[in-house]
Every structure is written in C-alpha cells, then in structure tokens.
Write a protein that binds this ligand. Structure first.
Ligand code: NAG
Ligand code: NAG
Ligand code: NAG
Ligand code: NAG
Ligand code: NAG
Ligand code: NAG
Ligand code: NAG
Length: 378
C-alpha cells in the first residue's frame, strides 16, 4: 500500500469497513456509440445503450453505477451541428436507458464518447475535427460544445442520480485546449443550474498512468501541469481517468504486462497533494491469472486510497458478441470469469452501496447518504 489510510467523514455519516472509500462501482454498458460509421444508424442493430435485464442483474449484484456512452453525431446530427438541438429519437432512447438505471436508485454516467472530436466519427478515435480547433474551419467550436452540455444537463436537472461524463478520452491535441473545453462545459452546466458530479477528462486518452507526463509531441503538456486551473463553482467535480494493463495501455491485448497499480502512484500523489478526487471510468484486462491478480490489486489500491471515489469496468453492453472484455451477463466472454471471480467479490464487500441525493465527489463537498433500491422520480 502506497499511502497510509486516513479515516474521514462523509457528510453526516462515517462509512466503515473494507471498500469504504468506494462511492461508485459498476460497469460500462457500451453500445450507444457502436457502428459509428453508420449515421444515424438503426436502434437495436447498429447501436443500443443497454439490455435492461443486464442492468437489473448488475444492480441486484450490488453495483450502483453504470456508464452509458453515446455518440455526439447521433445526439446532434451533422445537419444541425453540435449544440442544443438534439435528435429527439436518439435522445429518448438514451433517456430511457438512463431512467432504467436511476429509477432503481443506481447512478448513470452520461458519457459523450467522442475523443474531443466532432463531425466524422467513422474512424474513432482519430477521425473528426478537434472541437475548438480555430485553424480548422470544419471544427465545432468550444461554445457549441458548451451549449450542448448546457442543454443535456438541463434535461436531467431534476435527476440527482446522473453524473456528467463530459468527454471520453481526448488525445493528441493541446492540453490547454482540453482545459478550455472542459472549463466551458463546466461553466455551462452550472449556469444551467445542474448540480451533479462532473467528470473531467485530460489528454493522452485520459490515461491515469501518464497523468504527469507529456502525451504527444505538440503541446501535449502533462495534465498535471494544466488541469489544476479547472474551476467548478459548485466544487463538485472529479477527474475522469482510464487505465488498461496491456503493453501499450490500449486495452486491446489479453496479456497484462504493466506494473499496475504501481503506475498509479504518481497520479495518486498528485491528486492527494491538490485535494482532488478521480473516478476510473474505464479499465479492463484479459481473463487470465496474471490479469486477475493485476485487476484485484488495482481494485484494492483504489479502495485504500480515498482519492479514488469509484470505478466502472470496461465493459458490459448488449452488442459485444464475443469481445474479449465483455462482462455482459450470461453471454459475455468474461461474465463467468473476470466478473464472477474478481469484480463481483469486491462489489460484494461494498454492500450495501446506499447512496442518495445529488451525485458528488464524496469528500470535501456537499454530499448526501443514499438509497439504492428506493424509487426515484428521475
Ligand atoms: C437481453 O438479454 C437477454 C438475456 O441474455 C436476452 O434474452 C434478450 O434478448 C436481450 N434483450 C435485448 C433487447 O437485447
Ligand atoms: C434521429 O435518430 C433516429 C434513430 O437513430 C433516426 O432514425 C433518424 O433518422 C435520426 N434523424 C436525423 C435527422 O438524424
Ligand atoms: C487544427 O486544424 C488544422 C487545420 O486543419 C490542422 O492543421 C491542425 O493539425 C489541427 N490541430 C490539431 C491539434 O490537430
Ligand atoms: C512521467 O513523469 C514523471 C514525473 O515528472 C517522471 O518521474 C517519469 O519518469 C515520467 N515517466 C515517463 C515514462 O516519461
Ligand atoms: C504488445 O504485444 C503484442 C502481442 O500481444 C505485440 O504484437 C505488440 O507489438 C506489443 N506492443 C508493444 C508496444 O510492445
Ligand atoms: C484479491 O486480493 C485480496 C487481498 O489483497 C485477496 O484476499 C483475494 O484472495 C484476492 N482475490 C483474487 C481473486 O485473487
Ligand atoms: C456462464 O454461466 C452460465 C450459467 O452456468 C451459462 O448459462 C452461460 O452460458 C455461461 N456464459 C458463458 C459466456 O460461458
């Protein structure tokens, strides 16, 4: 263990026991962003957000958080552009998935799965204009991204159980522009009146293992040097981080060869020093003994360092087929291995994950004890 454990008090409640510091735990339910080369695509064929039976399975198993990716080009069709005008059909499909989770007391992370790019998702993560690139006449503006989030957050303003995952995995762009975009979104969400937790991403695919490092040759200044300027008037944000365990941290190889969780020590020290929290919204590893050990040790590390407020595994989802990281109940390649043998035992130790009230960063801010299993109106 890297840091000694310090006991701390949540607003109004002392949380006891192992896993005490984990406020949010669960899985991604990927699929809403699939077949991104087909716009708008057909619901249930090209894309689908959740299988409701699968969500029920996870909530019953004690999980309290599901991250739901969506594609900006589907939510805001190219014809009207990025901004406050939505495709109401796609929005309604997304909203229905969110409601299925939050109406049961779970938390839903709304994940704009766009790599800080908009207008051509066909070859994600690299295609499309970088949002806010003023040298690219085809690029969507920072203001239009902020307007988008103002509208989306307003639509969920009365649902305390949503969390705003403002952008998935920005990369290969100036870190300063990521800061500008992140800050404009935060300002817009708060101006709309939404109070919920905001997850703030950084450069380098928001990789936790390189948060203190330069992530590309052109202006990819370390996140640790730039993102300290983030300001949230509600003081209710956490950094959004990802971590994979294969040789290039891409999550595309079954072998775990990186020294996790040792590679989390620098970023954890930075979080602690600056009194920040982080949520690991993507991590995934092959189904083999080395990976099981690495995952298990990483989960234990998160549980013993209060800077980490939660995690969502990559990934469940209704359309994965035989994808090697799928934990979709019954059908996923890892449903009977990684889920059952590694993840579920940790979740079991967190039980009951009772949370209620506006999603929050867990310490230092306003936060209310909660109620998984209680029906909410959202
Ligand atoms: C949801 O999953 C169940 C069980 O695997 C399956 O029978 C059902 O067809 C799925 N429904 C959808 C809409 O994908
Ligand atoms: C809106 O989304 C639906 C469902 O994906 C799709 O059928 C429809 O064509 C879309 N409309 C526009 C204008 O993109
Ligand atoms: C911004 O757009 C210009 C013009 O298309 C392009 O040359 C440049 O590479 C873009 N910036 C980044 C960081 O990709
Ligand atoms: C990342 O940055 C840290 C802090 O500056 C440094 O100690 C470490 O060697 C760097 N790692 C790599 C791979 O560059
Ligand atoms: C990672 O491992 C794969 C084999 O699993 C190999 O093909 C690839 O070259 C390796 N990449 C790096 C960066 O070492
Ligand atoms: C995970 O680690 C804990 C303690 O570090 C240990 O008790 C447990 O057996 C491990 N689980 C697996 C599946 O390796
Ligand atoms: C997992 O186990 C269940 C129950 O034994 C079984 O129905 C299912 O087919 C298994 N799934 C996989 C992917 O092996």
């Amino acid at each position: 263990m890297f840091f000694g454990k310090v006991s701390w008090v949540l607003t109004g409640a002392m949380v006891m026991g192992s896993g005490a510091d984990i406020i949010y735990a669960g899985v991604n339910s990927a699929g809403g962003e699939f077949a991104q080369q087909n716009l708008p695509g057909a619901f249930g064929i090209d894309y689908q957000f959740v299988n409701e039976t699968a969500i029920d399975f996870f909530l019953k198993a004690g999980v309290n958080t599901i991250r739901i990716p969506f594609l900006l080009e589907r939510m805001c069709p190219l014809a009207t552009g990025l901004g406050p005008t939505f495709n109401e059909t796609y929005f309604t499909e997304f909203q229905s998935a969110v409601k299925h989770i939050t109406a049961q007391g779970g938390y839903a992370i709304l994940d704009a799965h766009n790599y800080m790019r908009y207008n051509d998702p066909s070859s994600q993560p690299s295609s499309g204009s970088i949002i806010g690139n003023t040298s690219d006449p085809k690029a969507a503006t920072t203001a239009s991204l902020a307007a988008f989030w103002g509208e989306l957050s307003k639509r969920f303003i009365t649902n305390p159980n949503v969390i705003f995952g403002i952008m998935n995995e920005p990369h290969d762009m100036p870190t300063q522009l990521i800061l500008d975009n992140d800050q404009a979104i935060i300002d817009s969400i708060r101006k709309a009146g939404a109070q919920q937790l905001i997850l703030v991403p950084g450069n380098g695919f928001t990789g936790a293992q390189k948060w203190l490092n330069t992530t590309c040759s052109q202006n990819c200044t370390p996140n640790a040097e730039i993102l300290t300027a983030i300001h949230d008037p509600n003081n209710n944000f956490a950094f959004d981080m990802h971590l994979y365990f294969d040789n290039d941290t891409s999550g595309t190889h079954p072998d775990c060869t990186l020294s996790a969780p040792t590679n989390l020590h620098p970023v954890t020290a930075w979080l602690r020093e600056n009194k920040y929290s982080a949520l690991l919204s993507e991590f995934g590893a092959g189904a083999n003994p080395t990976c099981f050990r690495t995952l298990n040790d990483t989960l234990t590390f998160m549980e013993t360092n209060r800077e980490c407020i939660g995690w969502t595994y990559w990934s469940a989802g209704p359309l994965w087929g035989d994808y090697f990281l799928s934990v979709e109940p019954g059908v996923g390649v890892q449903s009977n291995t990684t889920w059952l043998q590694v993840l579920e035992p940790h979740v079991g130790r967190y039980a009951p994950m009772r949370r209620c009230g506006v999603s929050g960063r867990g310490w230092g801010g306003e936060w209310v004890e909660g109620c998984l299993g209680v029906k909410l109106s959202g």
